[in-house]
Design a protein around this ligand. Sequence first.
Ligand SMILES: Cc1cc2nc3c(=O)[nH]c(=O)nc-3n(C[C@H](O)[C@H](O)[C@H](O)COP(=O)(O)OP(=O)(O)OC[C@H]3O[C@@H](n4cnc5c(N)ncnc54)[C@H](O)[C@@H]3O)c2cc1C
Length: 376
Amino acid sequence: MNQSDVIVVGGGIMGCSAAFFLRRRGLSVTLLERGLTGQQASGTNFGNVRRQGRYLHQLPLANRARDIWGRLPELIGEDCEFVASGHLRICYTPEQAAKLEAYANDARPYGLALEMISSNALRARFPYLGRDAIAGCFAPIDGHANPRLTAPAFGRAAARAGARVEEGTEVLSIGKTGADFTVETWEKGTFRAPIVLVTAGAWGNKLSSQFGESVPLAVHGPQMAVTEPLPYRLGPTFGVSTPHVKETVYFRQVKRGNVVYGGSTRGPASNETNRASVLPENILGQFEQMRRVIPGLARVNIIRTWSGVESYLPDDVPIMGPSATTPGLFYAFGFCGAGFQIGPGVGDVMAELIATGATTTPIEPYSIARFSGAAA
Ligand SMILES: Cc1cc2nc3c(=O)[nH]c(=O)nc-3n(C[C@H](O)[C@H](O)[C@H](O)COP(=O)(O)OP(=O)(O)OC[C@H]3O[C@@H](n4cnc5c(N)ncnc54)[C@H](O)[C@@H]3O)c2cc1C
């Protein structure tokens, strides 16, 4: 029977974790994923489990997610290679150091304990840093995880908890007749439920538009690369705080030795072809910036590059919450390049909202209603 309490459309980290937490709240769930769980942004991202630097209004959600990251083995039976390695954000100018310090002060009431480290202490603690780094801000329990593992692990845990997880099932349209939504799929016919949660990532707007809620979603491909393995020496995840896009780089070393890196120079992506491309100049520019942070990485070989399809909104804030036009319809999409860390928190919050009608974590800034009247 194709009837359940909730249909979740899209099996990225948002949809898979929502399905898992909905089952824990006792609701019957069908998750429909066009391809494979975690195939798109959730499986291609950098893997930063970073709270430092997030908008202050997002910190309660990021904290809720961080708590779940720390409990993955107990919750879903796998750690997804989550390591609380710490996150060090360095800067090159006194003005930027002042901004890091101001953020650290502002974030403290939200429970984010950040430590400013000045020049000499910075070099004593991280002796491999280049001379350009004049200060850093350290988040001791931020870290990183393996994006290839995470969404599928949540999907499997949801299925073990009783969710029906249908991969290879593309939703063509969603309609509402009476109390139920009818969700038409290409491969497996019609599914019905009184509640639908759209977690379709960069494709979310195609479904929200069917309910008169077009949003100005842009699609880009952040640029990623990984080096050959080196002796395991770098502890934290690194990032550069700078107003200049070209100076932005972030990187992390995995236990087997490879250094994964990315930056804010983006490449083309399409939610028509479902593809994102790498521009070599971006990869090499990011590499040059990584070398500036740690000169010792100058001669390492890059062994692979990739990108992923991610969606962005003009205010850089995702959409989460109920539809503004249609009772029973909920959205969580458009995560603007920063959805991986908050992903498990988003699933938990959406499950709470759907099951109880409210959530203890504030999500008002994320309402789709802010785009009422906006053309896609
Ligand atoms: C290269 C890259 C690096 C990033 N780095 C980081 C990082 O380090 N830290 C961080 O916090 N965030 C990062 N992000 C952002 C993060 O990966 C995303 O915000 C997050 O994964 C979005 O998850 P999602 O579930 O909303 O979307 P997705 O993972 O894209 O999942 C949406 C799913 O919906 C499915 N779908 C779409 N339409 C339909 C349909 N009609 N029927 C059925 N299924 C459908 C798709 O196939 C897809 O699997 C990065 C993103 C990219 C691309």
